[in-house]
Design a protein around this ligand. Sequence first.
Ligand code: KG4
Ligand code: ZN
Length: 333
Amino acid sequence: MIVLGIETSCDETAVALVQDGQEMLASLVYSQADLHARYGGVMPEAASRDHLRKLPALAEEALEKAGLSWDQVDLVGVTYGPGLIGPLIVGVAYAAGVALARDVPLVGVNHLAAHLFALRLMAPPLDPPFLGLIASGGHTLLVVVPRWGEYQVVGGTRDDAAGEALDKFGRLLGFPYPAGPKIDALAQDSDPKAIPFPRPMLESGLDMSFAGLKTAALYWLRQHSGAPLPELCASFLEAVVEVLVEKAMRAARRFQCKKIGVVGGVAANHRLRQVFPARANERGMDVFFPPPELCTDNAATVAACAFHRYRELGIADPLSLSPDANLPLHGWR
Ligand code: KG4
Ligand code: ZN
């Protein structure tokens, strides 16, 4: 079964073709980062218009790359939330149009569930039960996954997402949006203990807060001029990484998960990928990271999730499928 996956929930236009939920025949991601760089964040109206401009051509390009024609597509999977409503409308309308024209089923996908499906696209795949940490620019959640299609959200950020904190910190330093990859690169050969940034809410519970960390960094920058950028980045990143690692391990212990799967854009981070496995192994847990291109927004994970919903859960959606900007993961199959 060939699934066409479509992702337009934020600032990446992505199209993928995946066979039987596992084999990636094509996965194309077009980033709008340059478009939004000058605004310091994603400008929703500009994002919608750019998805509309780019999506049809990207779908044609993906088919060509996979060596397929339109009549070989068996199913269309599309992100219908959570995300920015304008961009979601563009993706869902396009997907419904393809489903109608090709007379194939349409399956709506939750963007957060799609992130988790990166763990199923790994070779070998990570099988539930596991504790999922989703750390992206829009979300930071801890999710117990007893089986695919069942998601129990057990913790998460009360304010900024981990990636959002990195992006906002980068903005203070004058970096263009999104700043995560640049902070990652600058931090790599520097001392993560150089500046003692706080670790908010580290000691208790499964909730997180990153807004306070950003404010602490703002005050620190006002009081200390001329600190080297690599030290600043390494120290700030270390605070984010330590909170993510500690909270995920606490959740895994509490819910008796021996495996932790880390997804979302921040899961591409080198320091997180270095620190987490070592710490988890000390406590008898294993940590799994999909390849970086499956951690950041893409449509292969959307196609994999759509395949699971259709084939294993027997779910298809009407062509009137409505985007939901605030679609929760709890209770979503
Ligand atoms: O999952 P994603 O591509 O989009 C959302 O669903 O939000 O995540 C984007 C976020 C941004 O905040 C970006 O700065 C961050 O992931 N990010 C990184 C890295 N690559 C992307 N953060 C740290 N290190 C990276 N290498
Ligand atoms: Zn995402």
